[in-house]
Write a protein that binds this ligand. Structure first.
Ligand code: HEM
Length: 118
């Protein structure tokens, strides 16, 4: 039976919520979805309204800050990698159930990187 025809029984009293971001963990769309792979969206349809990329929601409720968030993330990552050294001090497990949360604090040590020799 295909996924679209799957039948589920929802027990009385349960809350049903839609989590669009779960599409990013569909193995039929993204190979090995839990592996860190920033290039996984290369070649995928990235336009608003895409059925395979829903980080910022879609339709009339599309995130109003999507472009601002993309710019901020790009600037943050650029500065982090260009000017700082960082290392994980305390690892922790990530839980997706279905929303992301941490089992304990993920501690990261960040310090300004030393200027490289000329
Ligand atoms: C990585 C960062 C962000 C992510 C992943 C994100 C994600 C989302 C998602 C999925 C929705 C749709 C919620 C729904 O369907 O009801 C949404 C809505 C919204 N977001 Fe974001 N967002 C981000 C950053 C921001 C920022 C920086 C702003 C403002 C400066 C912002 C403002 C809004 C607003 C106002 C809405 C409601 C839009 C509406 O219902 O008309 N978001 N966001």
């Amino acid at each position: 039976m295909s996924k679209s025809k799957a039948r589920y029984t929802v027990p009385a009293g349960w809350i049903v919520a839609v989590s669009p971001s779960l599409i990013h963990f569909d193995e039929e769309i993204y190979e090995n979805p839990l592996k860190f792979n920033p290039w996984r969206w290369k070649g995928k349809e990235m336009i608003w309204g895409s059925k395979t990329f829903m980080v910022f929601g879609g339709g009339v409720r599309l995130c109003a800050g999507a472009e601002f968030a993309r710019l901020q993330i790009a600037m943050f990552l650029h500065h982090l990698f260009a000017y700082y050294d960082f290392s994980v001090v305390q690892e922790c497990e990530l839980i997706r159930a279905p929303f992301l949360h941490f089992t304990k604090e993920l501690l990261i040590h960040i310090s300004p990187s030393l200027p490289s020799e000329p």
